[in-house]
Write a protein that binds this ligand. Structure first.
Ligand code: SF4
Ligand code: SF4
Length: 98
């Protein structure tokens, strides 16, 4: 009689090894410029240095894909003018809505 493997005998097939490379999470930084008073805190605190002021001092993101999602800017904005959302590019488009 042919000896069955343990996995076959228990009915548990071994799953293929998962990819070891961890996918980088992506974030979208949303500014509510009507609430922003151009204090520059978010620019000063961002550890990635990706928040820059425009010519009138309103913040914008220079390289969105470099955002780590740390939320320092969102937490420290005195006017609640920043929201961080995780981005899922593999999901269907939201037509610009978040
Ligand atoms: S911390 Fe808030 S109020 Fe200050 S510049 Fe940034 S978004 Fe505007
Ligand atoms: S969430 Fe963190 S890395 Fe992203 S823009 Fe804000 S402070 Fe910078």
């Amino acid at each position: 009689m042919v000896k069955e493997s343990k996995a076959k005998a228990t009915g548990k097939a071994k799953a293929p090894a998962a990819s070891k490379k961890k996918e980088k999470k992506l974030y979208t930084v949303i500014f509510f410029h009507k609430w922003c008073k151009s204090c520059g805190l978010c620019t000063a605190l961002c550890p990635k240095k990706i928040i820059k002021p425009d010519e009138i001092g309103l913040p914008f993101i220079e390289a969105m894909d470099r955002c780590s999602g740390c939320r320092f800017c969102e937490i420290h904005c005195p006017d609640f003018a920043i929201t961080i959302k995780e981005r899922h590019p593999e999901r269907r488009s939201t037509n610009g809505k978040h």
